[in-house]
Design a protein around this ligand. Structure first.
Ligand SMILES: Cc1ncc(C[n+]2csc(CCOP(=O)(O)OP(=O)(O)O)c2C)c(N)n1
Ligand code: SF4
Length: 251
């Protein structure tokens, strides 16, 4: 019988600790599918963050170097410069990449570091209990904005991918989601293109993935997937933000 579906080779046989409906587990699997497809398992080095995905090294069967909060792009820069043959990716939440790590992210992109950043935007600080992140939407209730995020007091949701795209060194930036089969397939293609961009030595690539956090959003998994389309994607439009690779698009 022909096998049409199975566990990717680079995804360890470990049970995910993520909540039901969480996007992290889907994204882990997609990255592993791409690693297998591209036959790069022995070259990949991942840089996971503090956050709900802090134990990513339990799941990815590739070399992993844990970074301090927000420092993913700096740690990955060091690894890539020391081991140029390695294919290096960071895996970062929005609290990580877009708050404490803003400087590292912007400057790594601006230096045109030949890296791949996988950026999981779930609009909150997930692991620490659902506090407001820079990406939290206007009027969204979080543990630190119990009356809803006030743009007057707490500012506007930050579109860090569009900011990164302003850097000359950033060559491929796309925003995707994992709340439907079609979006999941697009995300897989975007991750593949981001790795290919690095293999071709073109510069900084970032894939922002809108990812449900049903636990902190206080929704069922199905409600959270619908909310990504109805609310989140209105503030963070899906699609290619920048592509100067000259390569065929991820679509
Ligand atoms: C320097 C430092 N400050 C604060 C923390 C506490 N901390 C751990 S995870 C986290 C937020 C994680 O949120 P996010 O990056 O959005 O990832 P998620 O958990 O939502 O996937 C914080 C503030 C820390 N580990 N290190
Ligand atoms: S708290 Fe949110 S981001 Fe963290 S594992 Fe649960 S659903 Fe996922």
């Amino acid at each position: 019988m022909r096998r049409v579906f199975g566990r990717p080779k680079s995804l360890k046989k470990a049970v995910f600790h993520y909540c039901p409906g969480c996007g992290h587990s889907i994204i882990h699997r997609l990255i592993c599918e791409v690693i297998d497809e591209m036959k790069i398992q022995d070259r990949v080095i991942g840089v996971p963050p503090p956050g709900c995905s802090v134990f990513a090294y339990h799941y990815f069967d590739v070399d992993m170097v844990e970074s301090a909060h927000g420092r993913g792009a700096a740690v990955a820069t060091g690894i890539k410069r020391a081991c140029p043959e390695a294919i290096v990716f960071t895996y970062q939440g929005d609290g990580d990449l877009a708050a404490i790590g803003t400087a590292e992210t912007i400057h790594a992109a601006n230096r045109g570091e030949n890296l791949t950043a996988i950026f999981i935007n779930n609009a909150v600080y997930g692991m620490t209990g659902g506090q407001m992140a820079p990406t939290t939407l206007a009027n969204m209730v979080t543990t630190t904005t119990p009356y809803g995020r006030s743009e007057k007091l707490e500012g506007y949701p930050i579109r860090i991918s569009e900011m990164v795209a302003l850097s000359k060194g950033a060559v491929y930036i796309e925003r995707t989601a994992v709340n439907s089969p079609a979006h999941i397939q697009k995300t897989r293609r975007a991750i593949r293109k981001a790795f290919q961009t690095q293999i071709d030595g073109r510069g900084f690539a970032l894939v922002e993935i809108l990812s449900p956090c049903p636990t902190n959003w206080k929704m069922t998994p199905v409600e959270s997937w619908q909310w990504v389309d109805k609310v989140m994607a209105q503030e963070f439009p899906l699609g290619v933000i920048k592509d100067t690779t000259g390569e065929k698009g991820a679509d």
